[in-house]
Design a protein around this ligand. Structure first.
Ligand SMILES: C[S@@+](CC[C@H](N)C(=O)[O-])C[C@H]1O[C@@H](n2cnc3c(N)ncnc32)[C@H](O)[C@@H]1O
Length: 307
């Protein structure tokens, strides 16, 4: 049975039109909304009611754009659905965008669940009562190669007013340097296995994870947790490997759903970490499971303690 959904409301948000706020505290991991599309593309005539057309027209259209064509950009792709390419949802399409940054970042994420034929929205962080619920409209990875403001202007036709985009240049530069250092760490990581002290590598993975989460990139947790799992598995530490893989499993559920191949693989490795193909190839060592990483999703403004 589905637990009751937390209460949310669609309200006016200064400078962004409408948006969605939480009417109660919502813990990280909560399923906030599960919605069927109100309107689909290609259009389904049975859904073309006057009420739905009015809802469609409630979305902002850019000056000089065709009033209908311009509004199709607010549709969400229904990845994995063979009947329709995209849909317009009552609550989910009213969510505004936020770029990852130390002051802010998406506190929720959604995906199409083909089994239930619903779009599911999960909390990525603890969300407080009256806080706006925001998502990232595109997957901006930690490599930071894209200029998010320019991309949003071109693809979605609006000037992003999120806290990350409106920071002074020096602050944005500092973030770019941290992200570059993190990216280098990740790229070099496999070279360290077997050469450096495993305990030190694991500590560095946690430290880098905290830094990147503090830059708003909480989507990095599952990849780094998987790195940590591999390290523990290579050193034959089943307990620690299992704890890291539990984190991979739980994070993947938020982004891809409980029935996804990613989650199924993680469930298998949690049950039997020694099924990992490189199990025990390095010297047997007792390592540790995630210690501080849970803080990363909950606590903001960690950077001064870390750098
Ligand atoms: C999917 S709709 C979200 C709901 C919309 N705010 C409304 O009033 O219906 C996307 C539109 O919201 C506005 N928006 C979303 N995120 C924004 C942001 N970070 N800064 C400024 N405007 C934003 C833009 O007009 C964008 O085209």
């Amino acid at each position: 049975m589905t637990p009751p959904f937390p209460k949310v409301s669609i309200v006016d948000i200064p400078g962004k039109g409408q948006g969605v706020i939480a009417l109660e505290d919502i813990p990280r991991g909560t399923l906030i909304v599960a919605e069927t599309p109100r309107f689909t593309f290609p259009p389904n005539p049975t859904l073309m009611t006057p009420e739905n057309l009015k809802f469609f027209m409630s979305f902002p259209g850019a000056v000089g754009e065709d009033p209908l064509d311009g509004r199709y950009k607010h549709f969400v792709p229904l990845v994995g659905n063979s009947d329709y390419r995209s849909g317009l949802f009552t609550t989910i399409c009213k969510l505004n965008h936020v770029c990852p940054s130390p002051d802010d970042g998406p506190n929720a994420t959604y995906f199409w669940d083909e089994r239930s034929k619903r779009e599911l929205l999960h909390a990525l962080r603890d969300i407080h009562r009256n806080q706006e619920i925001c998502v990232a409209y595109f997957q901006q990875d930690s490599r930071g190669t894209q200029d998010p403001a320019a991309y949003l202007r071109k693809k979605f036709g609006f000037d992003c007013s999120c806290r990350g985009c409106t920071r002074p240049v020096a602050e944005r530069q500092r973030s770019a340097e941290r992200i570059a250092a993190y990216t280098k760490f990740v790229d070099d990581l496999p070279k360290h296995y077997g050469l450096r002290n495993a305990f030190g590598i694991l500590k560095d993975i946690e430290k880098q994870l905290l830094i990147i989460c503090n830059e708003g990139h909480v989507g990095e947790i599952s990849s780094r947790a998987y790195d940590a799992f591999q390290l523990c598995a290579m050193h034959g530490d089943a307990d620690s490997a299992r704890k890291w893989e539990e984190l991979v499993r739980d994070e993947s559920k938020l982004y891809c759903g409980g029935q996804s191949p990613e989650v199924e693989k993680a469930v298998g490795l949690v049950m039997n970490p020694s099924s990992f193909r490189q199990w025990g190839v390095l010297k047997k060592t007792k390592l540790f499971g995630p210690v501080c990483v849970y803080m990363a999703c909950r606590v903001s403004f960690l950077s001064e303690h870390l750098c």
